[in-house]
Write a protein that binds this ligand. Structure first.
Ligand code: BG6
Length: 765
């Protein structure tokens, strides 16, 4: 494999304070950036090492902001003279490098203090590079080796464990500097000291009784151009939530360590948080992808147009810490590319119970909040903001200053003048801070293997559960409007906007405005059709059902709903169970469209599935539930037992005019609906509501509503999902009504409305 050109440069006469000892080691430090011409190095590392060099030379006088331009130019010249490029490929290359590293200080008559290797290469090469460094480039006795690794440390828990095991073969844990540059952000590194310095104010309120919610947000306007290879394998959750945002979450929720410099104590406190985190799954997250993403990735990676990626570029996740301090406080972690602004913050919003009779817009009634502005958006600097209705915090130390809201800007519902604001005296890039810390042997921004693995253990189940999920497409920038807003229902979240997003599959070349992203509505077989990606389609159907229920209850006090079996409606049942708390279940009667002749307690029974996925989760009165009587007199569906008649009588007795408010149907590959098949003598049921039928597939015996019963309904929804139904959907679109051959074509509500709910997989194939 061809390594990126390697950069080595040498810092002469550096001063290095070794951690754990007060003695200062004077000596020469070699710095090697493996991958010195890559993206990371170009963007941050050169500048950071230059800053370090300038700091060393000028003894903490930063350049260029404080040094003169001429001085800086001179420094740069000297700095570049120290730099050398070398190709690193083979073991010999590393041996040559080791020789050079030894040689340089010897020539200058200097002692070596240590060697710092910064791996700015893809993580897939870490183990190999580490092995070569260990084999060929270890320094002598008493000199240190520091190998800096940037995330990603793996792709999931298994791969992270594998990488950790491999690296351990070459490097000791204290030689590995796994960095998270977010920990080098000035405001992030101030979170724990801030919590400690303001303990008196915070202790009484830093808990579930006072905190309404926390938001940890990284919004970016950038796309992924130039990084598609990496990004498409990782996506937003692995790229920033699993690491940067999780670290911020830990700093906000961990116990404040008594000794801030004790890394063992810090790690233990972080692990305690991980052990209290509630497991997350699909319902804890919403994901999106900006519209141009696929064409960018296809172009950069030479992929075909058919090669569609579902990698999310946006995610919103709700996390809960289940301990006595935070139980019930939702913590939102959100990040996305191609959003409307470039900003990162952690916001702690406190409950405000004050009701001001005189002036509801007074500060007393305004949001009570602390904002750690990690990367500035509207403000020009990163800062810590504490709303004045909370308390006046202590200014950290000389490196921080208090400022007054200079501009007439509002932030999170409060004018700047409503905050106490603190900023670092000198703004420093995170990588600069991290590089300097590592150079000085400090582990402040280092991720220990235990917490890294604990984080993967937390995120991996969610990542697995989202692997097949199609993200919501968003136009990007301000056009996205509120498409990505999400909301909390209990401990789950969903997008607030029911709009269905069309993917590039459906709209190649369409213009990217919010209008293009609405629900696709159309006509199918002369009836209304709603179409969308599966998840959004289910959301829409559930919302339509709820609307029908509310309308019926308002009109007559009751809602009669008849539900089909099969696999298509299962997602709907789950959706209704989890997201529709306000559904008028107390006033809803559930009927069955059809049933298999098996005991209701068996998994093959339609009622059993309905019970598992919906009924047991909602509060519906028992007497409102109407399973079909397929099991009478200890036998299944025997004509003489009169099951269909019993059900028919119940319908006539309880349902006004035997007209259900909503009947939900599916369609089989052969065009059957309910349990009405090609072989079913439909004509003979003209005056019946319920009949026994024979299915061509097992279990053969069925009980079913008739077309007459279905067509009396006020609304009929036909749900069709999945690619395997595509052929059938195409065929059905072409044929005339022929119920005996295609029972579904006999569904023509006499006074009611028919709506087809067809997902894109079924519609577009
Ligand atoms: C990096 C991610 O770790 O963090 C990038 O790989 C992201 O995708 C960046 O843009 C954000 O960092 P910052 O410092 O610019 O907020």
């Amino acid at each position: 494999m061809m390594w990126r050109p390697l950069l080595t440069f040498l810092l002469l006469d550096s001063v290095c304070t070794q951690k754990g000892s007060s003695k200062e080691l004077k000596g020469h430090v070699s710095v090697v950036i493996v991958g010195g011409t890559g993206d990371l190095a170009k963007k941050y590392l050169w500048q950071s090492f230059f800053q370090l060099y300038a700091d060393q030379i000028l003894k903490s006088l930063a350049c260029p902001s404080e040094g003169s331009e001429e001085r800086c130019a001179l420094l740069k010249e000297q700095f570049f003279k120290l730099a050398q490029y070398q190709q690193l490929n083979t073991t010999e290359d590393y041996e040559n490098l080791a020789r050079d590293i030894r040689q340089r200080p010897e020539d200058e008559g200097l002692a070596e203090a240590g060697r710092l290797f910064y791996l700015a290469v893809p993580a897939s090469t870490y183990a190999d590079v580490a092995e070569k460094i260990s084999r060929s480039c270890r320094p002598g006795q008493g000199q240190w080796l520091r190998v800096v690794l940037e995330k990603p440390f793996g792709h999931d828990l298994d791969s992270a464990e594998q990488l950790a095991t491999l690296l351990k073969k070459s490097l000791h844990e204290d030689e590995m500097f796994r960095i998270d540059h977010y920990l080098g952000k000035q405001v992030v590194s101030q979170i724990l000291p801030f919590r400690k310095d303001n303990k008196n104010f915070l202790d009484p309120i830093w808990n579930k009784h006072h905190i309404e919610r926390m938001e940890i947000v990284l919004k970016e306007t950038l796309d992924v151009k130039g990084r598609a290879q990496f990004y498409d394998q990782y996506g937003v959750i692995r790229d920033v939530l699993q690491n940067h945002l999780t670290e911020v979450l830990l700093l906000l929720t961990m116990g404040v360590p008594a000794d801030m410099s004790n890394s063992d104590e810090i790690v233990n406190k972080k692990l305690q948080v991980f052990s209290s985190l509630k497991d997350i799954d699909r319902t804890s997250a919403v994901i999106g992808q900006y519209q141009a993403y696929n064409s960018e990735v296809q172009e950069e990676l030479n992929r075909t147009k058919e090669d569609i990626s579902n990698t999310p570029t946006f995610a919103g996740v709700v996390v809960h810490v289940r301990n006595t301090q935070f139980d019930g406080v939702p913590i939102f972690l959100t990040s996305g590319k191609m959003l409307d602004e470039q900003v990162a913050y952690a916001r702690i919003l406190f409950k405000n119970e004050v009701f001001s009779v005189r002036n509801s817009s007074s500060l007393r009634c305004s949001p009570k909040q602390i904002v750690f502005l990690l990367r500035h958006g509207n403000l020009l600097h990163s800062a810590i903001l504490v709303s004045k209705n909370l308390f006046k915090p202590t200014v950290p130390d000389d490196s921080w200053k208090e400022v007054t809201g200079e501009r007439d800007t509002a932030l999170f519902g409060l004018p700047l003048s409503g905050y106490h604001i603190y900023m670092p005296t000198f703004q420093r890039e995170a990588h600069e801070v991290v590089v300097s810390q590592i150079f000085h042997g400090r582990k402040d921004s280092i991720i220990r293997v235990e917490t890294m693995l604990a984080s993967w253990a937390f995120w991996t189940p969610l990542l697995d559960s989202l692997a097949q999920q199609v993200p919501r497409t968003y136009p990007g920038g301000t056009d996205t409007e509120n498409l990505l807003d999400f909301q909390l229902h209990g401990r789950k979240i969903t997008f607030t906007n029911e709009a269905v997003i069309l993917s590039p599959r459906a709209f190649v070349g369409g213009s990217a405005t919010a209008e293009n992203f609405q629900v696709m509505r159309g006509k199918y077989r002369n009836a209304d059709m709603v179409s969308a990606w599966p998840e959004e389609l289910i959301d829409r159907l559930a919302a339509d059902l709820q609307a029908a229920a509310e309308e019926a209850v308002e009109g007559g006090g009751l809602f009669h709903l008849a539900l089909s079996g099969g696999s298509s409606p299962l997602a709907l049942f789950q959706r209704l169970a989890v997201h529709h708390y306000s559904f008028p279940w107390q006033h809803t009667h559930i009927w069955m469209v059809d049933e298999r002749c098996v005991p209701l307690s068996e998994p093959g029974s339609n009622f059993h599935a309905l019970h598992e996925d919906l009924l047991q989760h909602v509060r519906l009165p028992y007497f409102n539930i109407h399973p079909m009587p397929v099991h009478l007199n200890r036998r299944l569906c025997v004509e003489e037992d009169g099951g269909p008649l019993l059900y028919e009588n119940d319908i006539s007795r309880l349902v006004n005019g035997s007209s259900f408010h909503f009947v939900l149907l599916g369609v089989g590959y052969d065009g059957h609906t309910a349990s009405l098949f090609q072989s079913t003598q439909l004509d003979s049921h003209a005056h019946r509501l319920v009949v026994l039928t024979e299915s061509p597939v097992k279990p053969h015996q069925r009980m079913s509503l008739t077309l007459a019963a279905i067509n009396q309904a006020q609304r009929v929804g036909v749900l069709v999902t999945g690619k395997s139904k595509h052929e059938m959907i195409i065929q059905l679109s072409r044929i005339k009504d022929d119920p005996q051959k295609w029972p579904i074509t006999g569904v023509r509500p006499t006074g009611g409305k028919l709506v087809w709910y067809i997902d894109y997989d079924a519609l577009l194939g």
